[in-house]
Ligand binder design. Sequence first.
Ligand code: PLP
Length: 371
Amino acid sequence: MKNEYLLLTPGPLSTSETVRQAMLKDWCTWDDDYNKEVVEVIRTKLVQLATKHKGYTSVLMQGSGTASVEATIGTAMGKHGKLLIIDNGAYGARIAQIAQYLDIPCHIIAPGETSQPSLDEVEVALTVDPEISHVAIVHCETTTGMLNPIESFSKLAKSYGKTVILDAMSSFGGIPMDIGELGIDFMISSANKCIQGVPGFGFVIAKEDKLVECKGQARSLSLDLYDQWQCMENNHGKWRFTSPTHTVRAFFQALIELEEEGGVEARHLRYQTNQKTLVTGMKELGFKPLLDETLHSPIITSFYSPIESEYDFKAFYDRLKEQGFVIYPGKVSNADCFRIGNIGEVYPNDIERLIAAIEKSMYWKQAETVV
Ligand SMILES: *Cc1c(COP(=O)(O)O)cnc(C)c1O
């Protein structure tokens, strides 16, 4: 089964045929050939991908990526904790929204969607407000495609003894990092981003001694990260409630394919080549990226929409879809943009074909020449 079009979206994204084929079998959730040979292997591989340091463990959690973020915030924060959040895009804002739903006091630092946070401002907050116990930041803000300075942020937070939560949803597996080296306590990602699996669950890689402290803290039964971890630990990979078996099996295959590609470094290089090919081609066609190139990530890129009055995103989108490419609408609140993702089963020659398709789809320019 071939796909009709390539998804140039930051998840769900285009997966390989072999990842999709891995779902064509039913699995029993209490058999060793599922739990021990699939779930437990996934848990071990995830920790190995995340860090060389000892003392980390992983927990898989049903739901989209947000469920894993919510499980982490709701389980890691004690009754008297306060959360400092960097909000420079929709996903930082979502963490703040989760905290509000859960009645968790927070301190929000919001530099705007096209700027990185000021570490001085973070330090002032940490000095002035000793109640802050945890800090949270998004690695790649998928809203714009911007990379946040997680290294210096985490280092600063650690120097104040804070627990660090990282939403690396759209970067883990696609950008090399060692969370032990960075001092991250909880890192969250999901199946359908850079590991190139299909949607259905997220996962958290956590410092074991931090997770142990979370017993009884969860504000939700189904999102109790500690309890889910205990169940997996004590029952050889068993999930507490129905596990998304087909999705998990596809993810297992996706992890093998990541290794076959040459690991995170090789994948990062491919994504970077995709992104550079994209930006070069788009600039030649007259498009302008939203962010300064120093802030770009290899994950997704935002471009300003054409200013011509004939331009309409949906019409542009439809023309590209007819030619086999699905792009993404913008999400920035104060600029009219659209986004193109580089992650998934997507190669530089696909991006070259995309650029040719975009050139053909610039009907607003054609309208100009007709006039
Ligand atoms: C995709 C994504 C999420 C989670 O989104 P879901 O739609 O819940 O899967 C969270 N944070 C970031 C940075 C993301 O890119």
